[in-house]
Design a protein around this ligand. Structure first.
Ligand code: ADP
Ligand code: MG
Length: 302
């Protein structure tokens, strides 16, 4: 088995002892896949915390095998993939809930959106996917909601009453107030991707551009754009880049700019909080997003 060291470190950091145990089991899970689905697994893609590799089936059909630590997050991914069937989402061919295995249709050539190399084009492609992805949320679902995101921020504030990493106590409370009023005034529940960004958008000769790797989340459509807004930002002109993305997305998808900017503020605070590590490091782009969404809201709406 070819192992990427950064992948092993990420798994250990993220999942602690469970991660170590899973890493030890991984070779046998991969052998199980090869036997059960009669496939040969090839060299993995660039890995973060899941093992993802192309594989060739007995009939020469190409698929992708994704092995994750089984648990709630994995169940949510399976549920979201099933609910998004026939939308602009990669097809789930088979899965094993107990072993954390997904067998997915392989997207060919499977270039990620950043390879387009043109900011405006990329945003238009992403908007076009979302036009054909979001659907009304199912009435019964165990997927997380933006109300639970609000609760999560509330818990973070209880745990860190004087602020967390670079986020001041005032910012934490402001974000919670906005979260509360946004959730109270949200009009429709949509099924959202939950992790929609450049590296979860791949090219396919057969289907055009497609999304992969959904977390599944229930809330307003505007919320689903924020991860994209904060991802792959240039070192300079982050403000203008986010402003252009906001304007293109709201025009293309007929969404509300004020609500997008307000969700942007609270999600930037929450995702910065999630990124703060024990050693004090945190995600700089997420942190920068907090003031950019605040300034954009003030520029357009006050
Ligand atoms: N269906 C697919 N077809 C082609 N490549 C894929 C497919 N699914 C995943 N990949 C490749 O594997 C990488 C990681 O997959 P992803 O599901 O995003 O894992 P993670 O949850 O770890 O982010 C993707 O960025 C892409 O390069
Ligand atoms: Mg991904």
């Amino acid at each position: 088995m070819r192992i990427q060291h950064s992948f092993m470190n990420n798994v250990r950091l993220h999942f602690k002892e469970n991660g170590e145990k899973w890493l030890n089991e991984l070779p046998s899970i991969l052998s199980y896949c090869e036997e059960k689905w009669e496939m040969v697994i090839q060299k993995p893609y660039n890995l973060s915390i899941n093992y993802v590799a192309p594989a060739i089936m007995k009939d020469n059909n190409e698929v992708v095998v994704k092995v994750c630590i089984p648990g709630l997050e994995f169940r949510d991914e399976v549920e979201a993939l099933k609910l998004f069937e026939n939308q602009k989402m990669n097809t789930l061919l088979d899965y094993d809930l107990n072993r954390g295995i997904l067998i997915l249709e392989k997207l060919i050539p499977g270039a990620t959106l950043v390879e387009v190399g043109d900011e405006r084009q990329e945003t238009l492609i992403a908007a076009n996917i979302l036009k054909n992805l979001h659907i009304k949320a199912p009435r019964k679902s165990s997927l997380h909601t933006t109300k639970q995101r609000e609760k999560n921020l509330e818990e973070i504030i209880t745990q860190y009453p004087t602020g967390l990493g670079p986020i001041s106590v005032e910012e934490l409370h402001k974000a919670l107030d906005i979260f509360t009023s946004m959730n109270k005034t949200a009009k429709h529940d949509w099924l959202l991707h939950g992790d929609f960004h450049h590296y979860n958008i791949l090219s396919s000769d057969h289907y055009g551009w497609m999304s992969i790797d959904p977390k599944g989340l229930i809330g307003e459509r505007e919320y689903d754009l924020i991860q994209y807004m904060l991802n792959n930002l240039p070192l300079e002109n982050a403000y203008e880049t986010i402003e252009n993305r906001v304007n293109l997305f709201t025009e293309e998808l007929s969404l509300k700019k004020d609500r997008l900017l307000l969700w942007g503020y609270c999600h930037s605070v929450l995702s910065t909080a999630w990124s703060v590590d024990k050693d004090g490091t945190y995600s700089k782009p997420f942190f920068k997003g907090i003031s950019i969404f605040e300034d954009l809201y003030n520029e357009y709406f006050t």
